[in-house]
Design a protein around this ligand. Sequence first.
Ligand code: HEC
Ligand code: HEC
Ligand code: HEC
Ligand code: HEC
Length: 370
Amino acid sequence: MLVDAGDNFGGISDPEKRKAEVILRGMGAMGYDALGIGEVDLNYGVDFLLDTAREAKVPLVCANLINYRTGKSLVQPYVVLKRGKLKVAVLGLIDNVLELINARQGTDSLVVTDPIQVAHELIPALKKKADVVVLLSHMGYAKSSKLAMEIPELDVLVTGHSPSVNMEARKEGNALGMMTGSRGQYVGYLLLRLGDKKAIATYESKLVPLDGRIKLGGLIEGFINDYNAQEKKLLEERSRREHEEALSHAGENRYLGEETCKRCHADTYEKVVEMGHAKAYASLAKTNSDGLSECLPCHTVGFGTPTGFTPASAVPDLKNVQCESCHGMGTSHKRDGTYRTAGEKTCLVCHTKERSPEFSYKTYSRKIAH
Ligand code: HEC
Ligand code: HEC
Ligand code: HEC
Ligand code: HEC
């Protein structure tokens, strides 16, 4: 069985919405058996989620999201899956953070009923129908764990919403709790062996890191490449339109490109272009990601800001992390000691926890000394 506890989508933007379709199609192709719903999955509206999941053949489960108008459950509350002679019930619950969901929806078309109450009613009932009951709990750790303690009929708890990880299953009351983190960094593995009266006799569990050792399947790689190529085309079209417009508003201040700096700082230039920063654009191109607006801000000079890099502009020399990424626009160059970086703060714009977990100013700045 392959399940997920929700929050698979990204932020509210057109590229992220298009990516959400690819994510669900990928999950469909991988044969997901049940997918819980998180509030982020409602970012592009209820209809988008339901239509895309249907097309992708991904079964959504959530027992406490109600359509306000019809009074019916928005999606099926649970699925019962057969594995050999066993029946496994998988239900989903989402935290009743109604304000949050409504704010994202911009509608009042959803009602979120109390997940605790629903769990107390539904889980004991499911245990009579199925041998194993799995809860996809989109409620974060504390609430999910407390719930598991209260309901002895629960066998497996998969906790979503929280980015934390447990490297192995953990006892939460009678249940085995799995917490597999965020951003597709791990997949959780849990093997159950049932004994007398179909109770869990023994189990094995681990988290498998989805790092470079795991190769993408051809189908999924195809989805990603198609998405990347489509984004590149859209970005090129858009930036051609927007580039001239942005330049006309830019005023005096602009990026000049490292070739300009080279004229007077040739020695520094020679050192800087030997660094990893000078390969930042190539790193994107290598993975076919050089058209993704989410990657370009940190791998080029000033993408997304006036006079910064755009794929359609005549400034290919703003590829990579260059002098002006750290020192600022060349037009603000003074020679009075004020054209400086902001020290560590300059780096942290790009060297975020997510993208550069090993970053330390002391060791990293030594590597770029020039
Ligand atoms: C505009 C974004 C950006 C800024 C600002 C930035 N970096 Fe980087 N840095 C990157 C990217 C992207 C890479 C990865 C390059 C690659 O290999 O593709 C990187 C890689 C590095 C590396 C490893 C590569 C190497 O040369 O050995 C070091 C060290 C580094 N940065 C130090 C710093 C320091 C120190 C600062 C601040 C003074 C800084 N960076 C500011 C984006 C940035
Ligand atoms: C917030 C800034 C930021 C964004 C956004 C960003 N990166 Fe990076 N990227 C970095 C930094 C910083 C490094 C260097 C990390 C280090 O060496 O500590 C890096 C390194 C890399 C590397 C080299 C890693 C290696 O080990 O060789 C690749 C490839 C890469 N990024 C691809 C991407 C892709 C693809 C995207 C978009 C999906 C992206 N990056 C978005 C900042 C960013
Ligand atoms: C990754 C960020 C980064 C990049 C890229 C970078 N610098 Fe620097 N540069 C620094 C930092 C940090 C210092 C140390 C002094 C400071 O904090 O301003 C520095 C110092 C300097 C100084 C010496 C200032 C002084 O007198 O102390 C010069 C000149 C300079 N950089 C020019 C350049 C030129 C020219 C380029 C491009 C060819 C370049 N830098 C690229 C971050 C960067
Ligand atoms: C026309 C020549 C010229 C060009 C072009 C030029 N610089 Fe400079 N730069 C200087 C001189 C001269 C100084 C002051 C003397 C010194 O310290 O080298 C200086 C100083 C600096 C400093 C030290 C800061 C300070 O206020 O003392 C930095 C950083 C710097 N330049 C970065 C750059 C960057 C980045 C570019 C490209 C956008 C650039 N320079 C382009 C001539 C130039």
